[in-house]
Design a binder for this molecule. Structure first.
Ligand code: CTP
Ligand code: MG
Length: 174
């Protein structure tokens, strides 16, 4: 099952970004980062990007990465070809994910798409692009892993959002 191992390697690398992206809804944040300001007739980012959510995402993503560093200290994953997770990688993956997600919202607002309405692929991948770009300062990731991440993230994102919706953590299943 070579394919499954390759997918596992891709997810292993991007996992702190997944953590940073999945946690914000749980914060039920109230303070919008854009402070309610508009650019033209639409909000800069909208009420879906909050100070609490962003901080919660950063902290949780960092925690996920620390757990990975702990796992690495027990199992020599690098010898199987898994990328070694480091503190600089965790910091850039989590920060990049949150910035990418904000850029996604910024783009949606500029196209007049209201907060929470779907923008297929942009919604699922904005945070991944942010994470990959910023983390590339510390780890020039292989194109193959980037492609695996881009292919597996949208279905994983959709399935987890459906669960978040069923558990009433999100208002929409997307
Ligand atoms: N969230 C937050 N702060 C962030 C990112 C997300 O508080 N930086 C919370 C918000 O409650 C948001 C939820 O997580 O509603 C889901 O995030 P997302 O799907 O990215 O936001 P949307 O509400 O869909 O808004 P947008 O249209 O701007 O993507
Ligand atoms: Mg959304």
């Amino acid at each position: 099952m070579d394919l499954l191992i390759e997918i596992a390697k891709a997810i292993w690398f991007i996992l702190p970004a997944y953590g940073a992206n999945a946690f914000p809804p749980l914060m039920k944040g109230k303070i919008p980062i854009d402070r309610g300001k508009k650019l033209g007739k639409n909000r800069i980012l909208g009420d879906g990007k909050t100070v609490e959510g962003t901080l919660g995402g950063l902290i949780f993503g960092f925690f996920v990465g620390l757990v990975q560093i702990f796992v690495q200290s027990k199992i020599n994953l690098e010898s199987y070809g898994f990328i070694n997770i480091t503190i600089p990688l965790i910091l850039t993956l989590t920060t990049g994910a949150l910035i990418g997600d904000m850029i996604g919202s910024f783009i949606k607002r500029r196209f007049g798409i209201p907060r929470g309405r779907p923008a297929p692929l942009l919604d699922q991948l904005d945070f991944v692009f942010g994470a990959l770009l910023l983390s590339s300062i510390f780890y020039p990731i292989e194109l193959e892993i980037v492609l695996f991440i881009i292919v597996v993230t949208p279905p994983i994102h959709l399935i987890s959002n459906i669960f978040a919706y069923l558990f009433k953590l999100k208002n929409h299943p997307f």
